[in-house]
Design a protein around this ligand. Sequence first.
Ligand SMILES: Nc1ncnc2c1ncn2[C@@H]1O[C@H](COP(=O)(O)OP(=O)(O)OP(=O)(O)O)[C@@H](O)[C@H]1O
Length: 239
Amino acid sequence: MNRPAPAPVPSASTQPQNTVLRLTGVTLHLGHHQQQVTALDQVDLAVGPGELVAVTGPSGSGKSSLLAVSGGLQSPTQGTVHVAGTDLTTLNERQRTTHRRRHIGYVFQHANLFTSLTAREQLLLTAHVAGRLDTTARHRADELLDAVGMTARADHRPDQLSGGERQRIGIARALVLAPEVLLVDEPTSALDRARARDIVELLAERTRVHHTATVMVTHDHEILDAADRVLTLRDGRLS
Ligand SMILES: Nc1ncnc2c1ncn2[C@@H]1O[C@H](COP(=O)(O)OP(=O)(O)OP(=O)(O)O)[C@@H](O)[C@H]1O
């Protein structure tokens, strides 16, 4: 008896479940009329779980735009942005915010901590805002403080912490809701060499441990070796 040939099994690299963040044909125009700028030009990017991708490029090449579009903060003019299986461009504002909170963590250039809150409270506030401040979140917050080496500083406020320590808290906070995607904006720009190295190694380690798809934008060429892949933006084109 003739049986139909089985359908080809896609390779691991093409299976959708192995790509947590996927940008396809993303173009972003900013400004109007004569002043219109193509900030992103036909960008394709796929990042899998546990992968740290560094994106570098000169000033004005589109790095911030790439993070804004990947995080659903900015809608592309063309193209699609899939985060954890959902195309952000099909969601309305409210749905996008919910999806963002559930699936995306952000690490900012200057940590952006609340001045009046302790390190632990920064993490708990994130869970609270998302309506998820339960025992699991408290437990996870304490685990993360430990993982980033900040248990002894958990009750300190930002003005009692060093720049590197603040950035550690920023990383722990970004992970408190167990996001699949981590978007990181110039994490070492405010740090000296030794601390910069420390922070990027922590990011690489946390990316592996939490299986996040991490995109880190950076000017800092000395930290690129910690990434699994290094991509370059030039005039909005990614290569
Ligand atoms: N609101 C805006 N209106 C018009 N053009 C903009 C706007 N925001 C950014 N641009 C332009 O879009 C391009 C990409 O900007 P973007 O901020 O993404 O670059 P970048 O690589 O992050 O730069 P930097 O490293 O200096 O932060 C630049 O040419 C910038 O001038």
